[in-house]
Design a protein around this ligand. Structure first.
Ligand SMILES: NC(=O)c1ccc[n+]([C@@H]2O[C@H](COP(=O)([O-])OP(=O)(O)OC[C@H]3O[C@@H](n4cnc5c(N)ncnc54)[C@H](O)[C@@H]3O)[C@@H](O)[C@H]2O)c1
Length: 275
């Protein structure tokens, strides 16, 4: 368990995508408003909640209660937690369960979980009856800051991660910060690393502010990366550096140059470990 975040008023971000525009509602306890928001968005729709076992333990009942209070029929599809569900077999299970739950074109799929559930449920929604809308209720920090927005959905192939998928925008995102209270410190750190990555790779000013909040010393390595043009290759290398750094010695490749066991990276790693 991590320390609860401070209370604040909900923030609504309007993602202006024309006919595919949607709201991201961010704040503590906004999950309770899910039912009313879904009822207003899609009167008469049924819903199926796709979640994983971990998240179900903590948040499924609250999600169901919110939908039930608004008079919305719902069914639950619970998959195993972890990347193993983001597979052909996982997709088959979820798709068949959605058909069995009689989710039709005007109904909604609710993805309640981290990036795995969001990607899997979003992709199942994208292909069910040639496309059913879905709502994202991201429950990991990584899902709240990254995977639940932008409309990327999909599963892994035995030949590589995220090789099968579709762009399918959610119709609503409910990012309730209180659900983060049940994340393990390790899962929380993965989200922090993602936020740090945005700063380092895309916005030096943001990273400097973020580093200040986490009381990090911005090192030569980070400054060096921040000066590079954003590139997926650098992003990938930086993330694998953070991951291996959390577990052992960080190794980076920046523009083809290998950096081994970079000692200056220590403060970021320890801040992530103690965050
Ligand atoms: N679609 C995108 O744009 C995008 C972007 C980045 C990552 N991703 C994908 O996201 C996935 C990783 O996401 P993730 O780190 O959230 O992994 P995850 O969904 O596996 O969640 C990590 C763990 O945290 C648990 N968990 C989640 N929320 C919880 C909560 N509130 N309380 C207790 N436990 C909770 C889960 O059960 C799981 O065990 C990868 O598959 C990656 O490819 C997608």
């Amino acid at each position: 368990m991590t320390a609860p975040l401070k209370h604040s008023d909900p923030i609504t971000v309007d993602v202006a995508l024309g006919a595919r525009a949607y709201d991201i509602v961010i704040g503590r306890d906004v999950l309770g408003s899910l039912g009313a928001r879904v009822a207003a968005l899609r009167p008469g729709a049924r819903t199926a909640i796709v979640t994983d076992r971990n998240v179900a333990k903590h948040w499924l009942e609250k999600t169901e209660a919110s939908l039930a209070q608004a008079g919305i029929a719902t069914s639950r599809i619970v998959v195993e937690e972890g990347e193993g569900s983001k597979t052909y077999a996982g997709l088959e299970r979820v798709s068949e369960a959605l058909i069995a739950a009689r989710i039709e074109r005007n109904d909604l799929v609710v993805a309640l979980g981290g990036g795995v559930v969001g990607d899997l449920a979003g992709f199942a929604a994208a292909i069910l009856r040639r496309g059913v809308d879905f709502v994202q209720v991201p429950t990991s920090l990584l899902a709240q800051v990254d995977s639940s927005v932008g409309g990327k959905t999909g599963i892994n192939s035995p030949q590589g991660k995220n090789l099968l998928g579709a762009f399918h925008q959610p119709v609503l995102v409910i990012a309730d910060t209180s659900v983060l209270d049940t994340l393990s410190p390790r899962q929380f750190r993965a989200g922090y690393a993602e936020v740090a990555k945005y700063g380092v790779l895309g916005d030096e000013g943001f990273f400097a502010r973020y580093a200040k909040i986490l009381k990090l010393e911005v090192t030569r390595l980070e400054r060096e990366i921040a000066q590079h043009t954003y590139s997926p290759r650098v992003q990938e290398d930086y993330m694998s550096g953070i991951r291996s750094g959390v577990n052992g010695t960080p190794t980076f490749f920046i523009n083809g140059v290998r950096y081994d066991g970079y000692p200056e990276f220590g403060p970021l790693i320890s801040a992530l470990e103690t965050a």
